[in-house]
Design a protein around this ligand. Structure first.
Ligand SMILES: Nc1ncnc2c1ncn2[C@@H]1O[C@H](COP(=O)(O)OP(=O)(O)OP(=O)(O)O)[C@@H](O)[C@H]1O
Ligand SMILES: [Mg+2]
Length: 267
């Protein structure tokens, strides 16, 4: 365990050194540089609402995501982290919905630029949730081996997204490739987001998410009330903890819970 922790710390140090060498810029500064040059993406509020995206604006529905983002940003800042994997034990727990809402909530903070990347390469769904045209190919760009920032679209002043319209044939191979890690480093160095949210595959279904966990600083697990079992949460938590820091479990789909009672439960 100590060796894993030390390897994780080394990887983070290396990333930080690389970041320090990158060009300056960041949230709250003038609209110049690669972030300002990202192609725009127009979203339809009605489609978002239908797909349970509620955190674009502050309101009663967004309150639980705002609480989640505040806890998350505090943890990220105090540890010098930026990369967050969002996963779950099994399919359909709501991780993509949570990822989009959390991204919008974070991006409403004036000084916080957010990059939301669809790395559920077997079942990409952010494009559908956001209701955008099916010509998105962030994974294809990763597979090409060359960073092309035109595959990242800006859909709010502080929010940019990397989406996919179709699945990838060998997701784990692409996600574990050293070239993919280098490309994510390059994207982070060029765009300088404050937070990168990675929407991942479910942990217990295949090795896709595990293949990428060395590249993230921490993870959030989304569990579905009435669907996810305690054993699944336990197995998923243990698998995650072997490779990254588990920030907490988001209990989603709580039928009998008032909105304001929804919480992120730290482990
Ligand atoms: N809090 C919620 N209450 C009710 N339904 C929800 C909630 N969150 C998500 N859903 C619905 O559950 C379904 C699965 O959600 P979502 O696609 O976000 O899950 P996922 O974990 O990303 O799934 P997958 O593993 O297939 O990628 C969708 O129909 C979504 O609208
Ligand atoms: Mg999903």
């Amino acid at each position: 365990m100590e060796r894993i922790q030390s390897a994780l710390a080394k990887a983070r140090d290396a990333r930080e050194r690389k970041m320090k060498g990158a060009t300056s810029g960041g949230a709250g500064q003038a609209e110049t540089g690669p972030w300002a040059d990202l192609p725009g993406l127009t979203l339809n509020p009605k489609v978002l609402e239908r797909n349970r995206v509620v955190a674009m604006h502050p309101n009663q529905n967004s309150a639980s995501f705002d609480l989640m983002r505040t806890n998350l940003i505090r943890a990220l800042r105090s540890n010098g982290w930026s990369r967050v994997a969002i996963t779950s034990p099994t399919q359909g727990c709501g991780k993509s919905t949570v990822a989009v809402n959390l991204a919008f909530s974070l991006a409403r903070m004036a000084d916080t630029r957010v990059l939301l990347l669809d790395l559920d390469l077997r079942h990409p769904s952010l494009q559908t949730i956001l209701g955008v045209e099916p010509d998105q190919n962030f994974a294809g760009m990763l597979a090409s081996g060359t960073v092309d920032l035109s595959q990242i679209r800006r859909c709010a002043p502080n929010l940019a997204v990397g989406l996919n319209s179709k699945p990838v044939e060998s997701p784990a191979e692409l996600l574990s490739a050293a070239r993919t890690a280098d490309m994510v480093d390059e994207i982070e160095a060029r765009l300088r987001p404050d937070v990168i949210l990675f929407d991942m595959s479910p942990m217990l279904a295949n090795d896709d998410a595990i293949s990428f966990l060395d590249q993230v600083d921490c993870a959030l697990m989304v569990a579905a009330a009435d669907e996810t079992t305690v054993t699944e949460v336990d197995r998923c938590g243990k698998d995650l903890a072997k490779r990254t820091q588990v920030l907490g479990v988001v209990l989603n789909k709580c039928r009998f819970m008032e909105q304001e009672e929804a919480r992120v439960y730290p482990e």
